[in-house]
Design a protein around this ligand. Structure first.
Ligand SMILES: NC(=O)c1ccc[n+]([C@@H]2O[C@H](COP(=O)([O-])OP(=O)(O)OC[C@H]3O[C@@H](n4cnc5c(N)ncnc54)[C@H](OP(=O)(O)O)[C@@H]3O)[C@@H](O)[C@H]2O)c1
Length: 243
C-alpha cells in the first residue's frame, strides 16, 4: 500500500515511515522540511495524491491558544486534499483522556482534531496514546529554575515512541477502525517520581521538588491521562528505556 506520512520527519512520523517501508509498503515522509505546509496548503494535494492512506503525525509548533487553529487548518487542508485524491484511510495520533482536560488549550485542540476527522469524508482511525517517554525531559525543562525541577504528582503512563510507532504503522496498514484505539505504557507513575528516575539515570546537577502547581500537567485531575480497561499496553518500561 502507498502511504503519505504527514509529519514524517518527526519523532513518531520518522519511525512510522521506517516501519511501514520495512513491512513492504511504500511510505513517503512529508513535512515543512520536505517542502509541504499543512497550514498554507503548499504541496499538500501533491503529497497525498495516489496514497491509499494518509497518516497525519504533524504537531503544532506551540501548545498554547494558537494550537486549535493549527489543528483546524491543517485538518481542513489535509482532508480536502485527501478526499480529492481518493484516499481510503486517514489516521491521526491523539492523546488518552484529551477530552478530560478542557482547561488546557492543547488538549482542546486535539479533541477538535478528532472531531474534524470524525465529521469528515474519509474512513479513519484515531490512535490515542499516553505521554511519550521522549517527552518527559522536555516537560522537566519547562519547569526548571537553576538546579531545581518543579513537578506535580500527576499520574502518567509513559510509552516509548518505538512501541507506539509499531501500533500506528499496524493501524495504518489495517482496515479503517472508524473508532479510537487507546494505547499506553506498562507503568503508571507520578510525574515527580518520573523526574527523579530520569535524574537518577542521567544526573545533571538538578533535583526534583514536588510542586502540585508546577507546569502544564498541574492542570490535570486524577487519573484522566491513564488508559482504562480496553486499551492496548505497550511492552517497554521507563526504567529499561532510560537504561
Ligand atoms: N508528546 C506526547 O507525549 C504525545 C502524546 C500523544 C499524542 N501526541 C501527538 O503525536 C503527534 C506527533 O508528535 P511528535 O512528537 O512525533 O511530533 P514532532 O516530533 O514535533 O514532529 C512534528 C512534525 O510535524 C511537522 N510539521 C509541523 N508543522 C508543519 C506544517 N505547518 N506543515 C507540515 N509539517 C509540519 C514537522 O516537520 P519538520 O520536522 O519538517 O519541521 C514534523 O515532521 C502530535 O500530533 C501529538 O499531538 C503526542
Amino acid at each position: 500500500m502507498k502511504f503519505a506520512v504527514i509529519g514524517g520527519t518527526g519523532l513518531i512520523g520518522s519511525q512510522v515511515v521506517k516501519k511501514l517501508n520495512a513491512a513492504g509498503h511504500e511510505a513517503v515522509p512529508h513535512s515543512l522540511s520536505t517542502g509541504i505546509d499543512v497550514i498554507t496548503g503548499r504541496g499538500v494535494e501533491e503529497a497525498v495524491a495516489g496514497a491509499d492512506g494518509v497518516v497525519n503525525l504533524t504537531n503544532s509548533p506551540t501548545f498554547d491558544d494558537a494550537s486549535p487553529a493549527f489543528f483546524q487548518t491543517s485538518m481542513d487542508n489535509l482532508l480536502a486534499a485527501g478526499h480529492k485524491g481518493g484516499v481510503g484511510h486517514f489516521v491521526i495520533l491523539s492523546i488518552v483522556g484529551a477530552d478530560q482536560v478542557p482547561n488546557l488549550a492543547y488538549y482542546r485542540a486535539k479533541v477538535l482534531q478528532e472531531d474534524i476527522l470524525k465529521a469528515g469524508p474519509i474512513p479513519y482511525s484515531i490512535v490515542r496514546a499516553t505521554q511519550f517517554m521522549e517527552f518527559i525531559a522536555a516537560v522537566m525543562s519547562w519547569s526548571t529554575e537553576g538546579d531545581t525541577v518543579r513537578l506535580p504528582t500527576t499520574a502518567l503512563q509513559p510509552i516509548a515512541a518505538q512501541d507506539l510507532s509499531d501500533t500506528v504503522a499496524e493501524v495504518a496498514a489495517g482496515t479503517p477502525l472508524n473508532a479510537t484505539l487507546n494505547i499506553g505504557g506498562p507503568d503508571v507513575r507520578p510525574l515527580d517520581e518520573l523526574g527523579r528516575m530520569t535524574l537518577n539515570a542521567r544526573p545533571d546537577g538538578r533535583t526534583v521538588v514536588t510542586d502540585d502547581t508546577a507546569g502544564m500537567f498541574a492542570a490535570v485531575d486524577g487519573d484522566v491521562l491513564i488508559t482504562k480497561g480496553d486499551a492496548r499496553i505497550a511492552p517497554t518500561h521507563y526504567t529499561d528505556w532510560l537504561a
